[in-house]
Design a protein around this ligand. Structure first.
Ligand code: SF4
Length: 360
């Protein structure tokens, strides 16, 4: 238990009533939150920023406006709509979760039942429970971790500090004012972290909890939360091939359904491994005999490794190789992950890696 009294929830809620962010998935004051939108946004926001998610969310919601529409969709259509957001296991779980929710007649209103759904961990269950259903629980995301570490001057590095931070979050949420407005309280904490208690240069003068903040008083707020030093990500190498025909069709293939980028579309290529590929090694992996020319290098960061891809391109009169052909002009509707969109951008003039998806 922290020796400091918990700062009053009422002060944070009063601040939120004046300064809340307007977000596409967020209910306006007086509106009832839609659990489908809350859940969808929370899945999309994992490991991704609000600014990056907003256009994807809008297009996804246009394509799948209800959980029933999402449940009824083909997996390929869901993966194509998700392409570019990364972490594709989330898209598969999203689809499986939608089907489970529809089969059960709607989203459950208990944290344990939410956690039992595909792709819903402790944080997402708490977020949906609090935001969509007003259950008195405090979801702890990175913003909330930062606010709480600073409020209590918690100097233990993350992730070791997580249990202590969770206990402090529960203490804040036990305030009767927080319990009475659990949905707003959770979102107020998100907004405080995102707009005032920012990672660099927190605006403590604007903070409704400044008088109770130990980190600010000690002059160490900006340095919190501390993080354990990360070991550098290992580097892997791959070679991929852009093989086109005179009609503008390009050879693609589908990745295996499970595993990294499972079920996504890619340009044919080598496995990704620690040692760089020599020309003699990658040649046998080429989809067919062709006059390959180097088309550049793509660098992409995955969670657990960094990938460097050497891209080679060739045109041949006719393509006869394993995989399938798609018009290069219509690649937007393919479920190409970001790393492959970077490859496409190297070959197609005027194409940007973030030309993500067009809903058809
Ligand atoms: Fe964050 Fe400053 Fe508020 Fe403390 S006073 S919670 S450091 S913004």
């Amino acid at each position: 238990m922290s020796p400091e009294p918990a700062p009053p929830a009422a002060a944070l809620l009063a601040w939120y009533d004046r300064h809340r962010r307007r977000l596409p998935w967020r209910a306006e004051p007086g509106e009832v939150a839609d659990p489908y939108r809350v859940w969808l946004s929370e899945i999309m926001l994992q490991q991704t920023t609000v600014a990056a998610v907003i256009p994807y969310y809008a297009r996804f919601l246009t394509r799948f406006p209800t959980v029933e529409a999402l449940a009824a969709a083909d997996e390929a259509a869901v993966m194509a709509a998700w392409a570019g957001l990364g972490y594709y296991a989330r898209a598969r779980n999203l689809h499986a979760c939608a089907r489970a929710v529809v089969a059960a007649g709607g989203f459950p209103r208990e944290i344990a039942a939410l956690r039992a759904l595909p792709g819903i961990g402790p944080y997402t269950a708490a977020a949906v429970a609090a935001i969509a259903f007003g259950l008195p629980t405090v979801p702890v995301d990175g913003n909330v971790e930062r606010v709480i570490a600073r409020l209590g001057a918690i100097e233990t590095p993350l992730p070791t500090a997580k249990p202590q931070i969770a206990a402090e979050a529960a203490r804040l949420g036990a305030d009767p004012a927080a319990r009475a407005r659990a949905s707003d309280f959770a979102q107020a904490l998100f907004d405080l972290g995102a707009t005032v208690c920012t990672p660099a240069a927190p605006s403590c003068a604007l903070c409704p909890w400044q008088s109770g903040c130990v980190g600010r008083r000690m002059g160490i707020a900006e340095s919190l939360p501390r993080k354990a030093a990360k070991s550098p990500r290992p580097l892997r190498h791959g070679v991929h091939f852009w093989l086109a025909d005179p009609a503008g069709f390009v050879l693609l293939r589908r990745r295996p359904p499970r595993g990294l980028l499972g079920g996504m579309t890619e340009l044919p290529g080598t496995p990704w491994r620690a040692a760089p590929w020599g020309a003699a090694e990658w040649a046998p992996h080429a989809p067919m005999r062709a006059d390959w020319r180097p088309a550049g290098e793509v660098r992409h960061g995955f969670t657990h490794f960094e990938l460097h891809i050497a891209l080679f391109a060739a045109e041949v009169p006719a393509i006869e190789a394993a995989g399938f052909l798609r018009s290069a002009a219509a690649l937007d509707v393919e479920a190409l992950p970001s790393v492959m969109r970077k490859c496409v951008a190297l070959v197609l003039p005027g194409r940007r890696p973030d030309d993500a998806l067009t809903i058809v």
